[in-house]
Design a protein around this ligand. Structure first.
Ligand code: SAH
Length: 223
């Protein structure tokens, strides 16, 4: 009979190991792929991505891929989070709207850079869970709401930047309305084939730039 005292525990990844993996992620997945904004690189170096995923996939937290979260949703690949945040051109005085809180990882990255973040999620449990994770990590500049992202969050509009992390077929009109003049919206658009669109609003026009192809979960129409 084996004395259980002598059976080694399954090796657990330590906080230090996660930090090493996070540094490597920033170097190989972000810097090497031309992410340049120092604020984005600093935020991605700091936020503990492993705290946002289930324990069974924590070992993959810093790998170059999206990961599953609850309710059949996904947390985007680190590069896509960095790409979208850089494209949104956020400064420390900004008020930012995020649509699709999910596990709250992108929310944390935004909260590291912006003054205030408002995040809307259609699945109540995900919003609650993200709110718990982010308050445990000490963030105080985020407000959460369960609701339909197609409507934005009008009470706090207009926003300097809007980031959408679920893909609609067309850019929702309410979101364009809630963006400040000279503000930027970054949004995946399409169904099977999607591209990240960077929208900038001018005094009397909007400018659209279609950038990289992506695959996000669809933006749902209703609860
Ligand atoms: N940024 C997230 C990615 C989550 S995946 C992260 O870092 O984890 C996209 C999220 O958008 C899902 O949580 C999904 O429930 C949410 N979503 C889908 N349609 C929505 C809508 N109409 N309004 C708000 N959130 C929506």
């Amino acid at each position: 009979m084996i004395n259980s005292q002598f059976v080694p525990d399954k090796p657990q990844t330590t906080v230090e190991q996660f930090e090493v993996e996070r540094k490597e992620m920033v170097e190989t997945q972000l810097r090497d792929r031309k992410i340049k904004d120092a604020k984005v690189l600093a935020a991605m170096s700091k936020v503990p991505r492993h705290e946002f995923v289930d324990s069974w996939c924590q070992a993959l937290a810093y790998s170059d891929r999206p990961l599953p979260i609850d309710h059949h949703q996904t947390i985007s690949q680190p590069y896509i989070v960095a790409y979208m945040t850089e494209a949104a051109n956020i400064t420390p005085s900004d008020k930012v709207l995020e649509i699709g809180t999910g596990c709250g990882y992108q929310t944390a990255i935004l909260a590291e850079i912006a003054k205030q973040v408002y995040s809307v999620e259609i699945i109540p449990e995900l919003s609650q869970q993200a709110s718990q994770t982010l308050s445990k990590l000490g963030y105080k500049n985020i407000q959460f709401k369960t609701g339909d992202g197609y409507q934005g969050w009008v009470e706090h509009a207009p926003y300097d930047a809007i980031i959408v992390t679920a893909a609609p077929k067309y850019i929702p009109h309410a979101l364009i309305k809630q963006l400040k003049i000279k503000g930027t919206m970054v949004i995946p658009v399409g169904t099977w084939h999607q591209d990240i669109v960077v929208l900038t609003k001018t005094e009397n026009d909007i400018v659209l730039e279609k950038t990289i192809p992506v695959r996000f979960v669809p933006m749902r129409k209703k609860f």
